[in-house]
Design a protein around this ligand. Structure first.
Ligand code: PRX
Length: 660
């Protein structure tokens, strides 16, 4: 297979792997929105003022009085006194400016169906759904759950909530009903918007029937709106359930966007933390929208009238919230939205979509790039990718080989790559190259964006100019989480206690090199990052111990060539029983049913006992050493050091089996 310059792809990749930095491609830099490195110094002189200038690009019903109120840190407030509405900024203002016929989403269904949804169409549906929710008693501040697949209605649902000030709580469609139930309960949701059934790789899952399994235990949910999606018979309960199309048809078509305070909650999104209880990350309106709109425009170099943008994430994660819905729509962009899996109907589907819709900007996760690498260059090579002009990655560190493959095979060596570091909590990207300015290094997210103060410090908080330590953020930014839903103490304790009340503790280890580039290594807490998806060890463990045969379990993230990390669990069974392959299958299924398929352990090790400190804390660090075949770290604090020898021999014999 030939690279763009006619050489062999593998040889070209090998050659480029020796190249340390990649300057912005000349043609790209010449036409880029941002090409003056002075932007960093400009923001540094007055960070709040600089963000205020970005906020001016939004449409405000009333201008703010104060840009940043830090008087009650870490409960920061941005743009106090200002009033705006996110759905107005994402829809009305574009329609009012005469761009109603512009396509917001080229949607493609799993079976090849195509739907172009314009800004005017989105707005009309959003208004009706907003009224339908209101008619059913939803008021500003009431939480509305959303459990939908990748269909345009998910965008309508989110923006309808935003229009009336009802924070949404979107749950990723791949989560099991039990995880949905829990998230609805924690957020005290009053309504749920879901589907009859969801399609996945040619099959349909009966979503509404599954949801019905828990609705009786959540009396607070008084309304369930059901989108007809899979054509399935959905069980409907009179008085509570209504079909989406019928609700829209019956609703008033006019609905003014409510002028909401800048700090009005926009959404809560649950993510994994270091306990079994997921954290409800709360984002508000003005700062979040400022941050996502600015970063989407500046980092993707968005030319709204020319570009076609495709983010392959699911809307149920923060990437989908910020860079499928709010950022692109606030900027009036045209996007591609795909319902299905990256390998369905075939492994070239993304590239087919890029060709079909003329995608110019493409954003995905390193895990997906590694999967594409494994599938082979023949899939992208079936399609014309020459319109692509910028590529992005998100969610986990990218290994240089995958970066260079992306650069050569997908980007044809002409597209800059932005490796964007951020979190559910940060709301928008904070560390990334600016494509027309920054020279990139494969594997590094490079520099904090203008206005962002990120540093790498040692355990005592001393800054490391050149070395490995903990990543911190020393200054607030507009899209930051405001609190954990109904748990301000946990918010302070998790993020603003380790290095003082005004320093945000990220939870990632990172290295800063001599050029000031940041290389994020991974989590330092009990969070596992599988394919760019966050899971907590405690959640997996609590799912396992809910199985009657499991006495105790310890989950760890183990390095994995395909998914970045994979879940390995050490399980102690009740009584003197031994585990077998059937039980392995049963436990994996059990976790899938409790949390979702993404949490299924890849590897289960039977353990007679687990390594614990004298105070009974499981030492996951040692389990990681064992799983990855490393020499054991310090074992002197163990209550019973002999446990380790036994576990080591078990894991070693398993490895021999696998090798044989
Ligand atoms: O460890 C970092 C990793 O993903 C974590 C955040 O996960 P989540 O909240 O699910 O958000 C993912 C999508 C923004 C971070 O703490 N991470 C995210 N982006 C990168 C990354 N690690 C390295 N490089 C990145 N570009």
């Amino acid at each position: 297979m030939q690279a763009s310059d006619g050489t062999d792809v593998d040889a070209r990749i090998a050659e480029l792997l020796d190249q340390e930095t990649f300057a912005p491609p000349e043609e790209f830099a010449a036409n880029a929105l941002l090409s003056d490195p002075g932007v960093y110094a400009e923001a540094e002189r007055d960070p709040a003022g600089w963000w205020a200038r970005q906020a001016e690009d939004l449409d405000w019903f009333e201008r703010w009085d104060t840009v940043l109120d830090d008087s009650e840190a870490p409960f920061y407030k941005w743009f106090e006194g200002g009033k705006l509405n996110a759905s107005h900024n994402c829809l009305d203002r574009h329609v009012e400016a005469g761009r109603g016929d512009k396509v917001a989403f080229h949607w493609r269904g799993e079976e090849g169906e195509e739907r172009d949804v314009t800004y005017a169409e989105l707005l009309a549906d959003v208004k009706r759904l907003a009224n339908a929710l209101r008619d059913r008693g939803i008021e500003p501040g009431d939480v509305v759950g959303i459990y939908l697949p990748m269909i345009p209605e998910v965008v309508v649902a989110m923006l309808a909530c935003a229009r009336i000030g009802a924070p949404h709580n979107v749950v990723f469609g791949g989560f099991a009903p039990e995880s949905v139930r829990e998230r609805m309960e924690f957020s005290e949701a009053k309504a749920l918007i879901t589907v009859d059934g969801a399609r996945r790789k040619g099959k349909t899952a009966p979503v509404k029937a599954a949801v019905d399994g828990f609705l009786d235990s959540l009396p607070a949910i008084e309304t369930v709106v059901v989108v007809r999606n899979a054509g399935d018979e959905a069980p409907m309960t009179d008085g509570r359930d209504v079909f989406y199309d019928e609700a829209l048809a019956a609703a008033d078509p006019e609905c003014a966007a409510v002028a909401l305070d800048a700090e009005h909650p926009l959404f809560v999104l649950y993510t994994s933390g270091s306990t079994a209880k997921p954290k409800g990350i709360l984002h508000t309106t003005g700062g979040y929208l400022t941050g996502v709109a600015y970063t989407h425009r500046a980092l993707f170099d968005l030319q709204p009238d020319e570009d076609v943008y495709f983010c392959s994430a699911d809307v149920g994660w923060i990437t989908g919230h910020s860079y499928i819905v709010y950022g692109p729509l606030a900027n009036g962009a045209t996007s591609v939205m795909y319902e299905g899996a990256p390998d369905y109907p075939d492994k070239d589907i993304w590239w087919e979509l890029c060709e079909r819709y003329g995608v110019t900007l493409f954003y995905t996760a390193p895990t997906a790039i590694r999967a594409c690498m494994k599938w082979g260059v023949e899939y992208p090579r079936r399609h014309d990718l020459s319109k692509l002009r910028l590529l992005g990655t998100v969610g986990e560190p990218i290994n240089p080989k995958a970066w260079v493959w992306y650069h050569v095979v997908i980007g044809g060596e002409r597209c800059p790559i932005i490796d964007t570091w951020w979190q559910t909590e940060t709301g928008h990207v904070l560390i990334s190259p600016i494509p027309g300015i920054t020279a990139t290094k494969p594997g590094s997210a490079t520099r904090p964006l203008p206005g962002i103060d990120a540093a790498v410090v040692d355990r005592d908080g001393n800054e490391l100019e050149d070395g490995t330590g903990l990543l911190i953020l020393r200054r607030p930014w507009p899209g930051m989480l405001r609190t954990l839903y109904k748990d301000p103490e946990r918010f302070k304790e998790t993020y603003f206690s380790k290095f003082g009340p005004t320093t945000y503790f990220v939870g990632d280890a990172a290295r800063r090199d001599e050029d000031g580039c940041i290389w994020v290594i991974g989590r330092v807490d009990d969070v596992i990052n599988v394919s760019g998806h966050r899971l907590s060890t405690a959640e997996v463990e609590s799912a396992l111990v809910s199985h009657p045969r499991v006495a105790e379990a310890a989950a760890i993230g183990q390095a994995d060539d395909d998914t970045g990390q994979s879940i390995c669990v050490f399980v102690t069974l009740e009584g003197d029983q031994d585990g077998d392959d059937d039980l392995v299958a049963e436990l994996r299924e059990h976790v899938a049913t409790r949390i979702g398929k993404l949490a299924r352990p890849k590897r289960i090790v039977w353990a007679d006992d687990l390594p614990k400190t004298r105070s009974g804390k499981i030492m996951r660090r040692l389990l990681r050493d064992i799983a990855e075949g490393r020499e054991l770290g310090d074992v002197t604090t163990l209550r019973d050091p002999s446990v380790m020898a036994e576990l080591e021999s078990k894991v070693a014999s398993r490895r021999d089996d696998a090798d044989a």
